[in-house]
Design a protein around this ligand. Structure first.
Ligand code: ADP
Length: 615
C-alpha cells in the first residue's frame, strides 16, 4: 500500500504518462527490431553455413579431379618416355624428350628454339685448313674454291656441307655470283649436318635470301638456340611461343625421378611434369589449368602466394585446400561466384521483415493515436475546468448585486422612492441576466446531447434581429454606445426556430459588444444574397488571429481577445451558434483582422417567397 500512493501520484500527471507511453513504445520497437535482427542473423548464419558446406564440397571435388588429371598426365609421361608421340599433348603445351645431350620437342615445331645446340654433326675446322690458307693467306680465291670443290664430293654430309659453304663463300668473294649461288643451292639440299654451328640448309637459304625463311623458322623445323633463332628470324617473336621456349630452357634437364613444378616466365606460370628412365627424361610443359567449376571461383596459388590459375575472389569466405594436405602443386581457394544479392533474400526472411515492419508501424501508429487522444483529453479537461471557473465568475457578479440590493430593500435602507425603483429595475435586469445564463447553459447542454428539439416556422429574420438588438439597448446605452441596424427595406423570411435563432444572434451581438468595449458602435445588417439571407454582425474591436478563427467555434475555447481584455464568458457561445446554424442548414463565416475588428456572417437558406432584392 505504502508503495502504491507515490506510484499513483507519479502516474497522475499527464506529462509523465505520455513519457511512459513513449518509453514503452520505444522499448517495444527496439525489442522488436532487435529480435527481428537476431532472427535474420540466425537465418543468414544458416545460409552462410550452407554456402560454406557447398564450397567445401566443391573444393573436395576440385582436389579429386585435379589429382586425377595430374595422375593421368603422369601415366602419359611414362608412356611417352618409352615411345614419344604427338598424341595427347595439350594444345598449348610441349613435350620434351631428352636423351643424353639430344633434345626433341613434340609436337614438332612447337618449340621455337632450344636450350641446347643442334646435335647434328659438323666437320672439324682442320678438314678445310689447306683451302682456307689459299683463301685467306694467299688470297687465291678461285684456287681455294677449286680445292673446296673436291671435298664437296665427300660421302660425309658434314664435310660436304662445310666444303660447299666455303666454296660458295670463296666464289662470292671472287665475284662469281652465279656459281656461288649454285653452290649455296646445293648446300640447301644437304640435311642432317651443321655448318658454323647451324643447320647447313638454313645457312644456305639465308645466303640465298630465301623469302620463305621467316615462315619456316616460325614453323620450328630447325634445332636452333635462342641466339641463332633471333639472328635469323629478326622479326617479333610470338609471345606465347617465346614463353614456352623460355620455360623449356628452365626445366628441360630435370632431376631424376618423377616430379612436377611451377615455372614462372615473367608473369606467366607453366606447369612442368617429368618422368625419367635411365638417362632419358620426358618433360611436359603446359599452362596450368583447373577443372571447370560452375557455382564457384577456384584459384590455384603457388607457395609464394602467386595466382597460378583460375580466379581468386577475396571478398567472401573461401574453402582452402593447402598444397601440403592435398599433395597438389598448388594451394586451392574455392569461393562462391557472388555474394547473395538482397533481392535473393529467401521468402521466409522477407515475410519476417515485412511482418516486423507492419508490427512496428502499428505500434508507432498506436502510440501516436493514444498520445493524441491523451493530449486531447488533457486539453478538454483543462478547458472544462476553465469553463467551470468562468461560469462561476459569471454567476457571481449578478448574484452579488441581487443579494446586496435585496438586503438593502429588505432592511428598508433604500433612500427614497426613486432609488428604490432603480434597485427594483436592477434586480429585474440581473435576474433576467441570470436566467439567460442558465437558459444558455441548459440549451447548450441539450444541444450537445442532441436533445434540443427545433420547431421550424416561417420567421422574418429582420424582425427577429430588431427584437434581439433591442434587448441590448440598455446595456449599450449604459456604456454610451449604440447598435446600428441596417435593414434592407424588405422582409427576409426564413424557415427557423425563432427561439434558437435568437440565441445565436444574441451571442453574436453580445460578443461584438464584449470584444469592442472602447468603440462607440457595432453594426448589424441583414439582406438577401444569392438566394440566402445574410446576417452580419460587425465590430471594430480586438479582432481574431488567423489560427484562432477555426478553434473559437469549438466548445470551451476562449480566444486571446478574451484573455487580453479580461472579458467575461464561458467559451460555449460560438459553439452554440454553430450548432444552431447547422440545424438551420446554414453557414457561418468570420472575417477578422487583429486590431481592426471582426465580422460574423450567418447565411440561411431564404424561403421561396422571399423578397426579390437579391444581389
Ligand atoms: P466567450 O465569448 O464566452 O469566451 P464564445 O464562444 O462566444 O465564448 O467566443 C469564443 C472566443 O471567440 C472568445 O473567447 C473570443 O476570444 C473570440 N471572439 C468571439 N467573438 C469575438 C469578437 N467579436 N471579437 C473578437 N473575438 C471574439
Amino acid at each position: 500500500m505504502w508503495l502504491m500512493t507515490p506510484l499513483r501520484e507519479w502516474l497522475k500527471p499527464p506529462k509523465n504518462l505520455l513519457l511512459i507511453l513513449f518509453l514503452l513504445t520505444l522499448v517495444s520497437v527496439t525489442a522488436l527490431a532487435w529480435s527481428g535482427w537476431k532472427l535474420l542473423q540466425q537465418d543468414r548464419a544458416g545460409q552462410a553455413q550452407q554456402r560454406l558446406e557447398m564450397l567445401d564440397a566443391e573444393a573436395d571435388r576440385m582436389v579429386v579431379t585435379l589429382r586425377g588429371t595430374l595422375a593421368e598426365t603422369g601415366d602419359r609421361l611414362s608412356a611417352w618416355l618409352a615411345s614419344p608421340s604427338q598424341a595427347g599433348i595439350p594444345r598449348d603445351g610441349v613435350l620434351l624428350i631428352a636423351r643424353d645431350n639430344a633434345l626433341n620437342a613434340y609436337p614438332e615445331g612447337r618449340l621455337l628454339y632450344y636450350p641446347n645446340p643442334s646435335p647434328d654433326p659438323e666437320a672439324p675446322q682442320e678438314t678445310f685448313a689447306q683451302g682456307e690458307t689459299l683463301e685467306f693467306q694467299e688470297g687465291q680465291l678461285l684456287k681455294a674454291a677449286a680445292w673446296y670443290r673436291i671435298l664437296t664430293e665427300s660421302r660425309e654430309a658434314s664435310i660436304r656441307a662445310g666444303a660447299l659453304l666455303r666454296e660458295a663463300r670463296a666464289l662470292r668473294k671472287a665475284g662469281r655470283e652465279a656459281e656461288a649461288r649454285a653452290a649455296y643451292t646445293r648446300l640447301a639440299g644437304v640435311g642432317g649436318a651443321r655448318v658454323a654451328g647451324v643447320p647447313a640448309d638454313l645457312a644456305a637459304r639465308h645466303e640465298l635470301d630465301d623469302p620463305a625463311l621467316g615462315a619456316e623458322l616460325l614453323s620450328g623445323r630447325w634445332h636452333l638456340t635462342r641466339g641463332q633463332f633471333e639472328f635469323y628470324f629478326g622479326g617479333p617473336v610470338p609471345e606465347d611461343r617465346r614463353l614456352l621456349a623460355e620455360a623449356a630452357a628452365v626445366v628441360w634437364n630435370p632431376p631424376s625421378g618423377p616430379g612436377q613444378t611451377t615455372v614462372w616466365i615473367g608473369h606467366t606460370p607453366f606447369l612442368a611434369m617429368w618422368r625419367t628412365l635411365g638417362s632419358t627424361r620426358a618433360v611436359l610443359i603446359e599452362p596450368p589449368q583447373l577443372p571447370a567449376a560452375e557455382r564457384v571461383f577456384c584459384a590455384a596459388v603457388d607457395s609464394e602466394g602467386r595466382l597460378v590459375a583460375g580466379r581468386r575472389d577475396r571478398s567472401g569466405r573461401a574453402a582452402i585446400r593447402t598444397a601440403a594436405e592435398t599433395k597438389l602443386p598448388w594451394t586451392l581457394y574455392v569461393t562462391a561466384t557472388e555474394p547473395p544479392p538482397l533481392s535473393a533474400m529467401p521468402p521466409n526472411q522477407r515475410y519476417l521483415l515485412f511482418g516486423m515492419g507492419v508490427m512496428a508501424l502499428f505500434l508507432v501508429a498506436g502510440t501516436y493515436f493514444t498520445a493524441r487522444a491523451i493530449r486531447r483529453e488533457i486539453e478538454v479537461s483543462r478547458m472544462q475546468s476553465d469553463f467551470v471557473s468562468a461560469v462561476s465568475h459569471e454567476f457571481r457578479s449578478p448574484l452579488t448585486s441581487i443579494r446586496q440590493l435585496s438586503e438593502i430593500l429588505a432592511l428598508g435602507r433604500a433612500p427614497g422612492e426613486e432609488r428604490r425603483q432603480l434597485y427594483y429595475d436592477t434586480l429585474v435586469r440581473e435576474t433576467a441576466r441570470l436566467q439567460r445564463l442558465v437558459e444558455a447553459l441548459l440549451n447548450f447542454g441539450r444541444m450537445e446531447a442532441g436533445a434540443r428539439p427545433y420547431h421550424f416556422e416561417e420567421t422574418d429574420a429582420g424582425a427577429l434581429l430588431e427584437r434581439v438588438a433591442a434587448e441590448f439597448d440598455h446595456q449599450a446605452a449604459e456604456s454610451g454606445r449604440r447598435i446600428e441596424l441596417t435593414p434592407p427595406g424588405y422582409p427576409c423570411p426564413v424557415e427557423a426556430d425563432s427561439e434558437a435563432l435568437a440565441v445565436a444572434l444574441r451571442n453574436l451581438i453580445d460578443n461584438a459588444l464584449k470584444y469592442s468595449p472602447h468603440e462607440p458602435a457595432i453594426w448589424v445588417e441583414w439582406k438577401m444574397e444569392n438566394g440566402q439571407v445574410a446576417i452580419r454582425v460587425r465590430d471594430q474591436g480586438a479582432g481574431i488571429t488567423a489560427d484562432e478563427r477555426r478553434a473559437i467555434f469549438r466548445k470551451f475555447v476562449r480566444g486571446s481577445a478574451a484573455a487580453a481584455g479580461n472579458v467575461r464568458g464561458s467559451g460555449v457561445g460560438l459553439a452554440m451558434v454553430l450548432h444552431i446554424v447547422d440545424a438551420h442548414h446554414g453557414e457561418i463565416h468570420v472575417k477578422s483582422e487583429p486590431g481592426s475588428g471582426s465580422t460574423f456572417t450567418i447565411l440561411l437558406p431564404a424561403m421561396e417567397k422571399a423578397c426579390p432584392a437579391s444581389s
